[in-house]
Design a protein around this ligand. Sequence first.
Ligand SMILES: Nc1nc2c(ncn2[C@@H]2O[C@@H]3COP(=O)(O)O[C@H]4[C@@H](O)[C@H](n5cnc6c(=O)[nH]c(N)nc65)O[C@@H]4COP(=O)(O)O[C@H]3[C@H]2O)c(=O)[nH]1
Length: 852
Amino acid sequence: MSDADRKNAANHSRQRKAFDSDNLSLSREELVRELKVYADLYEFSPLGHFTLDADGKIRSVNSTGAGLIGRLRPELLGIPFEQVVAEPSRAEFSALLDDARTSRAKTACELTLISNSSDQLSVRIDVLCCKEGNEYRLSVLDISKRKRSEQALQRSEARYRSLFETAKDGIMIVEAESGAITEVNPFLVGMLGCGRDELLGKTVWELDFFARIVPSAADFKAMQQRESFHGDDLQLGTLWGRDIPVEVVSNSYIDQSKVVQFNIRDITIRKSAEEALLSSEEQCRTIVSNINEYVYSVRFEEGEITSIYHSPKCFDITGYAPEEYYRDPLLWFSMIHVEDRNLVVEFLNSIFAGVDQEPIRHRILHKDGSVRWILNNCSVQRQQRGDRLSITRLDGFILDITDIKRAEENIFFLAHHDPLTKLPNRSTLYERMEQVICAAQKSARNVALLFLDIDDFKQINDSMGHDVGDRLLQSVAKKLNDCTRSCDVVSRLGGDEFVVMLWDCGVAETTVVAEKIIGTGFQVMGSSVMVTPSIGISIYPEDGRDYLTLLKHADIAMYHAKKSGGNNFQFFTHKLNEMAHQRFMLEGELRRALDRNEFVLYYQPKVDLATGRFSGMEALIRWQHPVRGLMLPVSFIGIAEESGILTQISKWIIPTVCRQIQQWQQQGIQSVSAAVNLSASFFQHPDFEETIEDSLLQTGIAPECLELELTEATIMSDPQRVLGSMAAMKALGLQLSIDDFGTGYSSLSYLKKLPVDKLKIDQSFIHNIARDADNAAVVRAVISIGRSMQLRVIAEGVENASQLAWLQAEGSEEAQGYYFSRPLPVAKMTSLLKQRANFLHNPRGRMQLKML
Ligand SMILES: Nc1nc2c(ncn2[C@@H]2O[C@@H]3COP(=O)(O)O[C@H]4[C@@H](O)[C@H](n5cnc6c(=O)[nH]c(N)nc65)O[C@@H]4COP(=O)(O)O[C@H]3[C@H]2O)c(=O)[nH]1
């Protein structure tokens, strides 16, 4: 027994004796009353009272005791108290009784009882052993509540400890009064890189680690006064060689434990994330400021619109500075071009409704008043507010596409218009005609199509230069527009071809317009040169029910107008169509004729009027058509020239003539020469000179044996170029003559420059030379010019003796004509050459020829 227990036992015995002596002095009634009081106190005591016999069986129990065990009193009486003691506490209970018996003093312990009402019951039992060890008195106090709160406290402490030990923040407990560190968790120790012992007991401000968190005792005190302190972005010193950015929260528990707890969080990752975010934000801003798009963002909150961001580019695109948008978030909407507002509203409504939308193109009014085209693209952010999904933000970008739009319009214009005259082009005319024909069909109206071509445009273009040609075309375009109404269409197909569409015009109305166009005349801007048009007209529906047919028929009519001398207009007729068809067929056959070897050359002699002998011959082409028979050049040479086939034919003629001369020479016919007619197109063709040179080289004939006949028109088509080629031919040694001389308008001064040898008087002057004084005068003049310029003169188309006599009298040196011989095929010409006929003195020569 301990000293304290012995003291307790002595006290108890003393109190007992005092109690007994007090009660002995009472009367019986008083005693009974007193006993009743004690009985009540016993019965209703907050403690459970049990009396056990020497064997530990329950002899008596008060109602509180029975209640604690959760049984009725009779059930408890006589059973060993040990039965209501929980198994783990039984040994302790047994020891408690032993202790009480041996010490005779009150002993106590805490143990667990089995209770019917609450299963396990924590109790404190005080035991007093009485009656010489034959009785035990037990006072049982229910301490379950206390036990539970003690356990809760223990659990909470354990939890706290665990948190403290495993926390991923540094935790430090510091005495409030002294500032001495009393506890640090492992994480903080790890952060600092030092031992725990180096921290404990040290005042917090004396350690370098915390120099930038708690620099001094005063700071520590100041911290406590605030009860709770929060410091972001502080620096914690470490032994690792670098400071750690930390966030510190300190809580002062002055009233209870008189400590200050520091929670120190390593924010290195957060800091670098923040820095990265900041720099990426900065980067974003820089990018956004420098890109061509104007980036904007607005917020919607309870019906209010707030501008969040407007990139500086907004100033360039709209003329308003970002600040103006921040001040007036609706400014943007007021800038939208009034005609595009509905479009934009529809677009925004779709975006708000969550429908995916392509960026919208619309116009805005720049602050300077100009209209700009923009590409506007945006998206919205939504947020659930209550049961509603609300739009919270609108982000977008705007790109100034004014230049693109203008370029597009320009491209569109260029795609549909002729860049020189700004008139609708071929494809636009086609589209318009499709629409117009459709409308005409529905409303039973006429539509006239005028195909207009400038007469001799090529010559003007070539001789006066392309600038003049361009200006002429522009002036034609203007004049045509002046002659027509706004419902008509004036278009340029290309080159010098224009097409005018007249809405609701029949023959009579169209005639008026065509006459007006012809009458207006076209003047080359800045010059006195006037040009004339040839116009072909077709009318819907009579001449065609679709555009292409109408155009083809107007073209045919134009061709006819041109063939009729130009400067007039022709309506399409079916006869013209038939002619055009014939021409078309002939063109196809012409293309095939060369391959099929259908061309032949005839030769017509030229006669030296001084000697009556051959002075040469002219090669004249014929077409041995499989169906039509032998065709003269007049039926096909024009078509061949216009369709470009003549170049191929010329490439065949020149070597063929050279080969023929070679053959005649080989047959012993000496000093034979032949003239070849040259078209303007072939004379200017790049292959021309080579063809001549090759032909001479391959046949080996002398260049003087080949003569080239050029018409005045050929020479005048491009005088400079032709002159160059003529000089080259002359240099080669070829003979050159001007055919049909007198029909053109070549000036004498120009003639002087031409390296020609002969002038060939056109046969139209010869035919009635005896009767027509004018023709006679022309022929005389040509002979005189030839003489003065030392050129030989040859008369063409001599058909009778009187013409011959007249020419001889006037001094013409050579003549050619049916009077001497018609053009002959090779065999007959060979025979004539071999006869060495004298055409003047041996009329038999002519007679013999007739027989051939
Ligand atoms: N009424 C009449 N006519 C006569 C008389 N003497 C000759 N002729 C014809 O007059 C034409 C003379 O040829 P051109 O003036 O060069 O006129 C030629 C020439 O411009 C062209 N031509 C002929 N052959 C060729 C050729 O190979 N190449 C080129 N580019 N044109 C050719 O075709 C035109 C016509 O040729 P052709 O029909 O062969 O007609 C020839 C010839 O047959 C006559 O006394 N009275």
